[in-house]
Design a protein around this ligand. Structure first.
Ligand SMILES: CCCCCCC/C=C/C(=O)SCCNC(=O)CCNC(=O)[C@H](O)C(C)(C)COP(=O)(O)OP(=O)(O)OC[C@H]1O[C@@H](n2cnc3c(N)ncnc32)[C@H](O)[C@@H]1OP(=O)(O)O
Ligand SMILES: NC(=O)C1=CN([C@@H]2O[C@H](COP(=O)(O)OP(=O)(O)OC[C@H]3O[C@@H](n4cnc5c(N)ncnc54)[C@H](OP(=O)(O)O)[C@@H]3O)[C@@H](O)[C@H]2O)C=CC1
Length: 301
């Protein structure tokens, strides 16, 4: 892995030098003339999506809370000759989202695509969640995604313009343990997406989700090395993946190739939605035993 333009090599995942040259199935003008807003745009998956779409001709606008991180990401994109800008915003704060959109519509010339990649959680047994911790995860992942989505929808409606939204979620029904708050929040986002796919079809707005599996990004810093070591076993392909592999799914779903697709969840998880297991907290001993047959059912596991 090469060094980034900012002199930083992330602990996990691809850096900017990698993202500048990763091969893609999309042509160099696949997103020409499109403006794409990416929350979490200086993070792992958001950053890869920014590089991919910018390399395919889009003007990308990055947002997140950390202005310095955004500025560094924009500087490397621009140094590669790409059209990138950024404005900080906290997706938990509707006023800062409104200010971001005012700037995009007044200064950048409007919006075509929104990618909701801001999000995250911390690993903890659900029985130990504090009220504050639960609310932090719900507010970031469910409310934040809704605030961003509603603001984009309103602007498209008011401007009479079509739009496309992709929200990054997690695999909610199989294999991911120790992040029940996030499963709850992302299940809400999936339900919201299905509802809006219908309600907003008359507005010519499509909306879909991407559910990544084990994707090596800086976000992995909150997981203990002992659990990260097992992540390749989260799926039948028996490997982790890159942010680029998720970015290509975001590009497909948000772009014209998916013009007849709305209300979907695309798992980019190597089949982890079908087989595999990811413990973000240490796996309880209960699940390490052989289990019991009917004959053994009254014995202690
Ligand atoms: C088949 C599928 C395989 C998938 C494998 C991988 C699974 C998924 C991986 C990812 O999604 S990685 C990429 C995502 N990135 C992150 O998760 C980034 C890190 N997370 C965060 O930044 C936070 O968790 C947050 C909640 C998203 C941020 O919110 P906020 O900034 O408000 O939080 P804090 O102020 O830090 O904390 C608020 C509150 O939350 C509780 N809390 C936070 N961390 C922990 C922890 N480690 N353990 C227990 N509780 C925690 C706590 O109550 C905090 O309040 P205080 O106690 O600090 O007052
Ligand atoms: N990596 C993985 O294995 C998986 C990731 N996902 C999900 O994909 C999405 C992207 O994750 P990934 O790129 O890996 O993680 P990163 O932590 O690398 O990126 C997430 C970004 O979200 C931004 N963010 C967090 N909270 C807020 C907020 N309140 N307002 C604005 N921006 C915010 C952060 O920027 P800043 O700190 O500057 O605000 C950060 O750059 C997340 O929703 C994640 O949970 C799902 C499944 C697996």
């Amino acid at each position: 892995m090469a060094e980034t333009g900012s002199g930083q090599t992330p602990e996990f995942g691809l850096d900017d030098a990698d993202l500048a040259i990763e091969p893609t199935v999309f042509g160099p003008s696949a997103f020409a003339g499109k403006t794409v807003l990416i929350s979490g745009g200086a993070g792992g998956i958001g950053r890869a999506t920014a590089w991919l779409m910018a390399r395919c001709g889009a003007a990308v606008v990055l947002t997140g809370r950390d202005a310095a991180k955004l500025d560094a990401a924009v500087a490397t994109l621009r140094a590669a000759g790409l059209d990138a800008s950024a404005k900080p915003c906290n997706v938990r704060d509707p006023a800062s989202i409104a200010a971001l959109h005012d700037w995009i519509w007044d200064e950048v010339g409007g919006l075509d695509i929104l990618v909701n990649s801001a999000g995250g959680q911390f690993p903890q047994a659900a029985i130990d969640f504090s009220v504050k911790g639960w609310n932090a995860v719900i507010d970031t992942n469910l409310n934040g995604t809704w605030y961003m989505t509603q603001e984009a929808g309103r602007r498209w409606r008011d401007a009479g313009r079509p739009g496309s939204i992709v929200s990054i979620v997690v695999v909610t029904r199989q294999g991911l343990h120790g992040v029940a708050h996030s499963i709850a929040a992302r299940s809400g986002v999936i339900g919201l997406t299905q509802a809006l796919a219908v309600e907003w079809a008359p507005l010519n707005i499509r909306i879909n989700c991407v559910a990544p599996g084990s994707i090596e990004t800086p976000g992995w810093r909150v997981y203990d090395p002992s659990v990260i070591g097992a992540y390749p076993r989260s799926n039948p392909m028996m490997r982790t993946a890159t942010s680029w592999e998720v970015a290509e799914a975001c590009a497909y779903l948000s772009g014209d190739g998916a013009r007849y697709v709305t209300g979907e969840v695309l798992n980019v998880a190597g089949g982890g939605q079908l087989w595999g297991e990811t413990w973000t907290i240490p796996r309880p001993d209960y699940f390490n035993g052989p289990g019991r047959t009917l004959r053994q059912k009254d014995e202690t596991p």
